[in-house]
Design a protein around this ligand. Structure first.
Ligand SMILES: Cc1cc2nc3c(=O)[nH]c(=O)nc-3n(C[C@H](O)[C@H](O)[C@H](O)COP(=O)(O)OP(=O)(O)OC[C@H]3O[C@@H](n4cnc5c(N)ncnc54)[C@H](O)[C@@H]3O)c2cc1C
Length: 443
């Protein structure tokens, strides 16, 4: 059994980013092989504070859930606050970490981080190992398969994945983890061995390294409503109204519940779904409501794909399930589609220089944008949708279309980039590629 106190010099680090789960997690499994210690580390940067209240709470719950699961396996989540690179450097120098394992992302900020990290780590002889697991398909393989001619229409994308065959089967979670190293050599680094017990303490952690000195403390200072602000310090979001609880356990539970209804799965047909069903009305929606779990990596899309496949395979021959692009399986393909197009299109997150984007002379008005974002336009369906979004962090697909269209070409003629920024702060499932792609599509 490896010692828990002395760094052996062969330690590994699982850098948790968009993969807050144990199942189907290759970086985690890779980190656990041939090593005496594994440090599961989530780094909170000052920019983490700028995400909306509901998103932050979802993240906190997901981290707590992961921590609880890791404790059962002999490990724990560690949270660092501060600059990503400085933190990692002090970890590998202080604890003898030789390998860093992480999931590849299509989000350009994370892609840049990965490249920087690789360079920095190599200077100290540390190896950065990256793995694919956030999408159904390995994006690099798809790009090779289409000879770098990435399809920009969903039908062509479907033909491409047809050629790729079924996505890989999900990986089982680890049965045990090597222990985390002793953090004593890192006295100066702000790393917390565990997850704060309360959301208040978690928020305090984000305000600065001195705010919380004991992660198990319930918090020295409880934030008031002003601390629970949305993207522009607007506290009208009402943090207490959240309904979707973050975490792998909850995501798997919701999926398992929905899989019991084989008829619903087989007949799933989007957009023919009901936008009036909101999370507060219970676990069943007219769609799965699993997007926040998938976006934070609490639920693996490959796991979900294969579970749905199992249900469909058991249907009697007389039942013909819906097919693409409406079926439930193809909703996950839409996600892969946006990730592929987003990561291979220059300036995908903006109109200027984006080759796929119509160049529109928007007349953005700060006042109209504010009214839209706070649900005060005077148009009932738009206001109700935006208030639901602020309240719960989730919105049905059709309502996302309604509000995005209203903001842009439909009525207000505001820039889609402004709408994207509001969605990014408020949506529990905010996803760089889908959010940019779907919002820009409204134009
Ligand atoms: C303006 C606009 C912005 C959007 N921003 C996001 C975003 O930031 N993050 C996000 O995950 N989705 C986004 N979507 C896509 C879609 O609305 C949501 O994924 C879906 O409504 C989530 O609900 P669900 O989990 O019940 O989906 P279900 O219909 O149950 O689908 C299952 C899963 O498939 C994926 N999915 C479903 N529809 C889409 C789609 N059209 N494109 C890509 N993936 C899809 C999601 O991961 C979803 O959880 C956006 C759509 C619009 C119109």
């Amino acid at each position: 059994m490896a010692s828990k106190t002395s760094p052996s010099g062969d330690g590994a680090l699982w850098l948790i980013r968009e993969d807050l789960r144990l199942h189907d997690n290759q970086p985690l499994l890779a980190a656990c092989t041939q090593t005496s210690h594994v440090l599961p580390l989530y780094i909170m940067s000052p920019s983490t504070c700028s995400i909306g209240e509901n998103r932050l709470r979802f993240l906190f719950e997901a981290l707590r859930d992961l921590h609880t699961s890791l404790c059962v396996l002999g490990s724990r989540v560690h949270i660092a606050y501060g600059d990503q690179f400085e933190t990692l450097r002090s970890v590998w120098r202080g604890l003898g970490v030789k390998r860093i394992c992480l999931q590849r992302s299509c989000d350009p900020t994370l892609v840049r981080q990965e490249e920087e990290l690789r360079k920095l780590a190599s200077l100290d002889g540390v190896v950065v190992q990256t793995y694919q697991g956030l999408e159904l398909y390995d994006q690099r393989l798809l790009i090779k398969l289409c000879d770098h001619e990435v399809p920009i229409a969903f039908n062509s994308f479907l033909r491409l994945v047809d050629r790729a065959g079924e996505p890989p089967e999900p990986l089982a979670p680890p049965r045990a983890l090597p222990p985390p190293p002793d953090l004593t050599p890192l006295a100066q680094a702000q790393i917390y061995s565990g997850v704060p017990a309360s959301f208040a303490a978690f928020r305090a952690l984000l305000r600065g390294p001195t705010a919380v000195d004991n992660p198990h403390d319930s918090g020295r200072r409880h934030p008031g409503q002003a601390d629970c602000a949305g993207p522009r310090n607007d506290s009208s979001a009402g943090g207490s109204a959240r309904r979707l609880i973050g975490g792998e356990s909850e995501g798997l539970k919701r999926l398992a519940h929905q899989l019991q209804n084989a008829t619903w799965i087989s007949k799933f047909s989007k957009p023919h779904t009901n936008p009036m069903v909101v999370p507060s009305e219970g676990i069943d929606g007219s769609t799965t409501l699993l997007s926040p779990y998938i976006a934070w990596g609490c639920l693996s899309p490959r796991f979900m794909h294969w579970k749905i496949r199992e249900v469909l395979q058991k249907l009697p021959p007389s039942v013909t399930p819906t097919g693409p692009p409406q079926s439930l399986l193809s909703q996950l393909l839409w996600r892969d589609f946006f990730h592929l197009v987003g990561s291979s299109t220059p300036y995908f997150e903006r109109m200027q220089d984006n080759p796929l984007c119509l160049q529109v002379p928007w007349r953005s008005s700060a006042e109209m944008l504010h009214k839209w974002a706070t649900g005060a336009t005077g148009v009932p369906v738009v206001d109700a949708a935006m208030r639901q979004l602020r309240c719960t962090g989730w919105l049905h697909h059709i309502l996302r279309h309604v509000v995005a269209c209203f903001l842009t070409r439909g009525a207000l003629w505001c820039h889609w980039e402004d709408g994207r920024a509001v969605f990014e702060a408020l949506l529990l499932d905010a996803d760089w590629a889908i959010n940019n792609g779907a919002t820009a599509l409204e134009t």
